[in-house]
Design a binder for this molecule. Structure first.
Ligand code: CP
Ligand code: NVA
Length: 302
């Protein structure tokens, strides 16, 4: 693995190996024998807000021996219009890896190409691969795995989260039922390229939740869409609440990548009832990303 740009680009074996490593690193926290990032500086270039991703990467890089350098877009020349490929060619000569949160997936792809250093997608409009690795680790820990389990995603059917979940379903083969309002469903051309009969799309949240062991949701308006109030109106009836969960399988878990808007995509009661799982999911960002950092790092000086 040279970069982590998407779940789409990962193979099945790469995903499961990362999860195995994440579980091991979680066990070994505080006593890591190896410090693979010793002597290295990793840049975190963020164009959007972040709590979990920023903190988990800064802590994870330090715990693996490296030094994180946080660069907010508006504090570097990127914010004044310096092209991403020029930023990449400069940083590629100075730092050892980069973690990027931005809008356009192509910016992450270009950064990886022009910098030549390991590059991690920390969320774009297309994908949120680090989050999905943490989510899968949580499903493994809570339910033992995803084999023969139905996973439901209730919300925006073409957000970064759903796209990454759909690619995870393609790679790992679990049943994924996505419920989204008609105007927020993935386009036919995306579904054709996904080519995954185990992924189904419906406009009925109750249908997706029927018999599901994992119920996943996310904000209705992703970062950058906050003023799309018309879009938000389409989600009436899509709140994950007690009434909707009545149809879920016994022993089901609820996931939310956070931050959550209580009273919109999830009720206060459901979030608090499932807080143990949801905050374990947030913690797993740290462990999953350490596995990614270990898989991508190259020896210092290279
Ligand atoms: N889930 C997630 O990526 O959270 P942040 O936006 O706080 O990083
Ligand atoms: N879909 C959300 C995920 C936040 C972690 C967003 O992009 O804002």
């Amino acid at each position: 693995m040279r970069n982590l740009l998407s779940i789409e680009q990962l193979g099945t074996g790469e995903i499961t190996a990362l999860l195995d490593d994440a579980a091991r690193l979680k066990q070994e926290r505080g006593q890591h024998a190896a410090q693979p990032l010793a002597g290295q500086t990793w840049a975190l270039i963020f164009t959007k807000s972040s709590t979990r991703t920023r903190v988990s990467f800064e802590v994870g890089i330090r715990e693996l021996g490296g030094f994180p350098m946080f660069l907010s877009k508006n504090e570097i020349q990127l914010g004044r219009g310096e092209p991403i490929k020029d930023t990449a060619r400069v940083l590629g000569r100075m730092v050892h890896g980069a973690v990027i949160r931005t809008y356009d997936q192509q910016d992450v792809v270009d950064f990886a190409e022009y910098s030549g250093i390991p590059t991690i997608n920390a969320l774009t409009d297309d994908e949120h691969p680090c989050q999905i690795l943490a989510d899968l680790l949580t499903v493994r820990e809570k339910l033992g795995g995803w084999e023969n389990r139905k996973i439901a995603f209730i919300g925006d059917g073409f957000s970064n989260m759903t796209r990454s979940w759909m690619w995870a379903a393609k790679r790992l083969g679990f049943e994924l039922a996505v419920a989204s309002p008609p105007n927020c469903q993935p386009p036919e051309e995306f579904l054709a390229s996904l080519d995954a009969p185990n992924v189904t799309i419906t406009a009925e949240p109750a249908l997706a939740i029927q018999g599901a062991q994992v119920i996943n949701t996310d904000v209705w308006l992703s970062m950058g869409q906050e003023d799309q109030t018309d879009k938000e109106l389409e989600f009436a009836g899509f709140e994950v609440n007690d009434a909707l969960l009545a149809a879920a399988a016994p022993g089901h878990i609820v996931l939310h990548c956070l931050p959550a808007y209580r009273g919109k995509e999830i009720s206060e009661q459901v979030l608090e009832l499932h807080a143990d799982t949801i905050f374990q999911q947030a913690e797993n960002r740290l462990h999953a990303q350490k596995a990614v950092l270990c898989a991508l790092h190259r020896p210092a000086g290279v």
